[in-house]
Design a protein around this ligand. Structure first.
Ligand code: HEM
Length: 406
């Protein structure tokens, strides 16, 4: 059985050899460390995500059970979190999804192009003359924050705090083994976030504006099943969290992939038309979300392995993206790979990332603006990127880079 420990520094540095061993030797296996079944082959991953009746998303991001009474008491002060998008199944999932689908559809996103570009340019102009910067803290973190703030209609200044509170909410999910004080801190952050979002929902209900938040709040009664305030808050917190660090990591990961391959970086500078392809190939090579979760609703067989009902699955999108039966020479970063966009970094099926068109646009614009404004972009002397240690989110905490100042 492959030794699978996503918290070990060795695997965190480079998980792809472990995935490759699993795909070759035991593509579906049980990890005693995680108490979950790992799904590693492209085809099996597609089978799982396209069958939500057998592989449920309920509880995939569950908060509120299994915590000590002190934590539950804090959580009770906030808005109750209910299943909405990533942690929901049809038919309930469909109510939420319909509400956001239209607002984030490719045509709506295309209309945002100049605003998104302006945000990227404004950020780069704030540090370009310094000749060096940590691109994660100065650019890749604030950029998607500004974009999501602009779209939802929240003040950009609120985003650093909302990011902190969102991180607390995500932190709480994986905090079962952390000290009580840490869990309480996360719970307080989450309560603060839900209260903030509830206040904005009520504001927009009283006085709608020209923003996505108003569209969501006023659109909630349009279909047969209306959404309550707490359902809206649950969905909005997912939109905020899902749309932020994922995109930060896409930008960071793609920069590192390119900086480690100077000839590819040169090719991109010479032909910026290749940038959308670079974004897809980066998503394939080093997916910001390595995998997510499902639970079986019945006994089912996958790659010859019998899974009992109620089995928890960790579906490794990042492993599917390195499956040689779909992507020949998967460890090669290839700007001319004909099927890079067949990657699973945004999943498939009904939970296919609703923010994918926006993430792709942000990734493309980030690379366009950075490569144009930061000539001779390179690692700062002797400094290497620093990984953010996380079990299924893959990205960098710091990326100290330098460039020529004319
Ligand atoms: C590179 C950036 C991104 C990556 C890698 C990413 C990845 C993913 C993945 C893998 C899923 C599937 C969840 C599942 O399998 O259960 C997902 C769903 C989702 N994403 Fe993204 N995402 C990104 C950017 C965004 C952005 C910018 C937004 C919002 C503006 C967003 C909002 C969502 C939401 C709300 C869902 C849940 C959809 C549903 O369950 O119906 N994501 N994302």
């Amino acid at each position: 059985m492959p030794k699978f420990d996503p918290t070990s520094p060795h695997q965190m540095e480079n998980p792809y050899p472990v995935y490759a061993t699993a795909r070759a030797e035991q593509p579906v296996f049980f990890s005693p460390e995680l108490q979950m079944w790992l799904v590693t082959r492209y085809e099996d991953i597609c089978t799982v995500v396209k069958d939500p009746a057998t592989f449920s998303s309920l509880g995939a991001a569950s908060v509120g059970s299994g915590f000590p009474p002190e934590v539950l008491a804090v959580l009770a002060e906030g808005v109750p979190i209910t299943p909405s998008l990533v942690d929901n199944d049809p038919p309930s999932h469909t109510r939420f999804r319909n509400l956001v689908n239209k607002a984030l559809a490719p045509r709506q996103v295309a209309a945002l192009e100049s605003r998104v570009r302006q945000a990227a340019q404004e950020l780069v102009e704030s540090f370009v003359r310094e000749g060096h910067a940590d691109l994660i803290t100065r650019f890749a973190t604030p950029f998607p924050g500004w974009v999501i703030a602009d779209i939802l209609g929240l003040p950009r200044e609120d985003m650093p705090e909302l990011k902190r509170l969102g991180d607390a909410m995500v932190g709480l999910l994986g905090s079962a083994h952390e000290p009580l004080e840490r869990q309480l801190e996360y719970a307080r952050g989450m309560v603060q976030l839900t209260k903030y979002l509830l206040a904005r929902v009520r504001e927009r209900a009283a006085e709608p504006r020209d923003d996505l938040l108003s569209l969501i709040v006023t659109g909630r009664n349009e279909r047969d099943s209306a959404l309550s305030d707490s359902e809206l808050v649950s969905m909005l917190s997912q939109l905020l969290n899902a749309g932020h660090e994922t995109t930060t990591n896409l930008i960071g990961n793609s920069l590192v992939l390119l900086l480690d391959r100077p000839e590819q970086l040169r090719a991109l500078r010479e032909d910026p038309g290749l940038i959308p392809q670079a974004v897809e190939e980066s998503l394939r090579m080093d997916a910001p979300v390595q995998g997510l979760f499902r639970t079986t609703t019945r006994e089912v067989e996958l790659s010859g392995v019998k899974l009992p009902a109620g089995a928890r699955l960790h579906v490794l999108y990042a492993s599917g993206n390195h499956d040689a039966s779909v992507f020949p020479h998967p460890e090669r970063f290839d700007l001319h790979r004909p099927n890079s966009d067949a990657h699973l970094a945004f999943s498939r099926g009904i939970h296919f990332c609703v923010g994918a068109p926006l993430a792709r646009q942000e990734g493309r614009i980030a690379l366009e603006v950075l490569l144009r404004r930061l000539p001779n972009l390179r690692y700062q002397d002797g400094l290497r990127p620093v990984r953010r240690p996380h079990f299924f989110v893959r990205g960098y905490e710091h990326l100290p880079l330098a460039w020529d100042v004319g």
